[in-house]
Structures are given as C-alpha cells and as structure tokens.
Design a protein around this ligand. Structure first.
Ligand code: HEM
Length: 430
C-alpha cells in the first residue's frame, strides 16, 4: 500500500487523513437513517424470493456494497453491471487471500513460495484494475462538481479539499490523487466485508433460534450449549427440556419487541408491550429503546463469532512493559478477540450462547469488536446503525427459517474475516 490510504498509513500522514475522514463521514451521513435506507431496499428484494430457501450473500453484497459506493463515490452500480460483478469478486477473493497471505507477516520468506507470490500478484493486478475504475469515477465527480453540484460523497469532499489547498497556494500534503485511490479502496474494503459478514452471522443465528423451524438448530452436537447440557444435566432428556426454555432472547422475542416499539412510537400508547428488562445497559435514547433484545443478540453473536477474530495487527513504537511483560520496540501485537471473548475470568459460561448476559449493565464494556485507542474503527457508529437497522427492518416484516439439516455451529471459513459456511434461509412474511 506504500503507506497510503488509512489502514496501512502511519504518523502525521495518518493523523491528517484520520482527522479529515472523521469530519467527512459525519457530513456525508448527517440526518440519514442508514440502516433503514438499506433495510427497506433489501426487504423489497426479499419479497421476490419469499417462501424459497436462498443464500443471502449475493443480495447483501449488492445492497451493502452499493450503500458504500454511494457514500464513497456518490454512485451505485446496477445489479447486472459487469464492472460491479468484477469488483465484488475482487473483494470476496481478496479477503480470502489476505487471510492466506497474512502468514507472510510472521514468516516473510513465504512470499517466495510460488503459490503465495501468485496470490500477491493477483491482489496487485486487482488493485491496478480497481484504481483504473476509481479514476473514471473521479473524473465523473469532477465534472459533477464543476457544474456546481453540492458535495454528496467522500470523493467529492476530498476533491474539494485538494482544490481549496491549490487555490490557497498550500501544499497538498496527504491530499493527493494517489492517496484518494487508496482511501477509497480502504473504505470500501473495511466497510463492506465486515458489515456483510456481521449481518450474515446474525441472520444465521436468528434463523437457528426460530422456534417454528423444522430442526432444533441449537441442538447441534457441535453447539457448546448442547455439550454444556450434556455434561451438566442428569440425563440428556433433562438437557433437552432445559434447552426448550433457552434462548429467552430469540427471533420471536426480538420480533415482538421491535413490533411493539413500532406501534408504541406510532400510536403514542405507552401501555403496549413491555419487556421489563434493564435496557439502560445498551440503549441511549427512546428511539433505540425498542431494540434492547436485538442489540443483546447482536453482541452475543459477535462474542462467539467475532468478524475479525485476530483483529488488525499493531506494533510497538518503543520498548514497553505491560503486566510485567517487556515488549521490545517493533513487536507485532495481535488482539486475539476469539480468546478475549471467551475468557472465563470475564464471562460466565463463556462457551454458551446467552444473549441475556448483555442485558446486565456494563457487560458490553468487555467487548472490543472495533478495537480500542486512537486507531479504533472509524466506521463503528455507521456499522452499528447498519447492522441493527437492517436486521430490524427484516425482522419487522419476515420470519427467517434455516434450511433443515444446517448446522449453525459448524466450523466457519477463516480468511481476513471469519465467515459462516454457506447456508440458506427462507423468508416468510409475518
Ligand atoms: C461490523 C462491522 C465492522 C467491524 C467489526 C469493524 C472492525 C474494525 C477493526 C477491528 C478495525 C481495526 C482497528 C485498529 O486497527 O485498532 C477497523 C478499522 C477500520 N474500519 Fe472498521 N469495522 C466495521 C465496519 C466498518 C465500516 C462500516 C467502515 C466504513 C467507514 C469501517 C472503516 C474502517 C477503517 C477506515 C479502519 C481503519 C482505521 C484506522 O486505521 O485509522 N469499518 N474496523
């Protein structure tokens, strides 16, 4: 990346871009209910496949990807665009290969192996093609701005920043055209795959928790909950009885809460459905109040199935001592979310799927899906709005059922992100 973009840049260059990007994202997202925006489009598309089992990945990839296109480039691709298909394929394959090539970070000599060097060349070729497409879009945006169009996207704001610096005779510093390509690619890559994967995991677990499905998916032999009950109940039949009452937060209870909140808001009738839970732990405003159960569910899914299980690596800038351990300057630090989220000193019954744990005040403070510190995910708020908003839209309209025979707890695919194995679900209007 030649130290360009935002994910791989450092020092003063990164600081300048990060500060600017924070403001630009705020401006582009101002007054928008992004989750509902994307969720509504998705629900309309789902109506066409109602009653049939389908793999949701292509639809999600199209709608979430196009949302990112809109905020980054000010444009969307049609579903049948060949360029769009190519860009999506690049993103999907790129994520898998980044996982494979990631080993080069630890064992640099691996880059000389024929397969690894073929993969790295494939990524470089994709990058070249992507930048060519970005240049085409940038020219369109320059044309749009020169016709006095108001800025609509990150690209527009970046071009204006360049223009203003030129007009004032100032140095462009980090605001170069080449930086724009890398920034666009970073935003698209960082925002699309993570959000998409997070929604897929939630759809899988929501479908698995649907009591009207044909299988009891939480009964899979690989399910830690089942094993827990196998080990701790007197008989396996006792365990089955126990499981019937769990999870107390499942698709139906979340649906009831969302629908009750919807009616509540639209009828101003405060006597309607009330869950009597301590929602303060995870809700900030009355608007968000009707999502306490959904938010607890999403947190529990991301605890047991973290989208970036090994996070994004960092390095020490100087020798430091943490908890008695000396880390030399230049040491690579990998935040192991998989372990952090299962640490028995922090989590009671760490391997059990219990969304209820997040209704307790303070529980969410032990989760760091967006990492911490000054480099934490800049899209955190956007990601939460998208994930909660899209899931809420779907759940208010549809019951989601998992294809019989699917094991939601089977071993996931591991690239840069942790993805569920392909699965199919059926959407039926409620
Ligand atoms: C569920 C969705 C998401 C998850 C789990 C996630 C997670 C992460 C993580 C773990 C990091 C590394 C932070 C660090 O280095 O300490 C990161 C960085 C980043 N994320 Fe996200 N992210 C999500 C969505 C998004 C979205 C929607 C955007 C779009 C704006 C985005 C943009 C970025 C960028 C630009 C960085 C690099 C920040 C920097 O190095 O300064 N992410 N994200």
């Amino acid at each position: 990346m030649h130290g360009k973009g935002i994910i791989c840049s450092e020092g003063a260059f990164w600081s300048q871009q990060r500060l600017w990007l924070g403001g630009a994202l705020k401006q582009v997202l101002k007054d928008r209910n992004v989750g509902e925006e994307v969720g509504r489009k998705l629900c309309t598309a789902l109506a066409k496949s109602e009653g049939q089992y389908l793999d949701l990945t292509p639809l999600l990839s199209h709608y979430i990807g196009n949302f990112m296109n809109k905020i980054i480039f000010g444009m969307e691709y049609s579903e049948d665009s060949a360029t769009w298909h190519y860009l999506q394929e690049l993103r999907e394959e790129g994520i898998k290969l980044m996982g494979v090539c990631g080993a080069v970070n630890f064992l640099p000599f691996l880059r000389f192996l024929p397969q690894t060097s073929r993969n790295i060349n494939w990524i470089k070729k994709g990058q070249f093609q992507t930048h060519k497409e970005y240049e085409r879009i940038i020219k369109e945006r320059e044309q749009y701005l020169s016709n006095c169009g108001t800025p609509e996207c990150i690209t527009d704001l970046f071009l204006i920043q360049m223009e203003e610096r030129c007009a004032a005779g100032k140095d462009l510093e980090s605001f170069t055209r080449e930086q724009l390509y890398y920034l666009q690619a970073d935003l698209f890559g960082a925002g699309t795959d993570t959000t998409l994967t997070s929604i897929l995991w939630n759809i899988l677990m929501l479908a698995a928790s649907c009591s009207s499905g044909q299988d009891d998916h939480f009964m899979s032999t690989d399910n830690p909950r089942t094993n827990h009950f196998k080990n701790h109940s007197k008989t396996y039949d006792d365990a089955l009885d126990n499981l019937l009452t769990i999870p107390t937060i499942n698709q139906e209870t979340i649906q009831k809460e969302l629908i009750a909140n919807y009616h509540d808001k639209h009828s101003n009738n405060d006597d309607s459905y009330n869950f009597q839970v301590d929602t303060d732990a995870i809700t900030k405003s009355r608007e968000q109040k009707g999502m306490a159960l959904l938010k607890a569910f999403v947190l529990e899914v991301s605890r047991l199935r973290p989208v970036t299980p090994l996070g994004v690596p960092h390095g020490t800038l100087q020798d430091i001592q943490i908890d008695g351990q000396i880390l030399k300057k230049g040491t690579m630090i990998l935040p192991n979310h998989w372990f952090i989220n299962r640490d028995p000193q922090v989590w009671k019954d760490p391997n059990e799927f219990k969304p209820e744990r997040f209704l307790e005040a303070g529980a969410a403070r032990n989760m760091f899906p967006f990492q911490i510190g000054k480099r934490r995910c800049i899209g955190e708020e956007l990601a939460r709005d998208l994930v909660h908003g899209i899931l809420a839209c779907i759940l208010k309209e549809y019951r989601i059922e998992l294809e019989p025979g699917t094991d939601p707890w089977c071993t996931p695919n591991h690239g840069f992100t942790l993805e569920p194995k392909k699965f199919r679900v059926k959407f039926t209007r409620i």
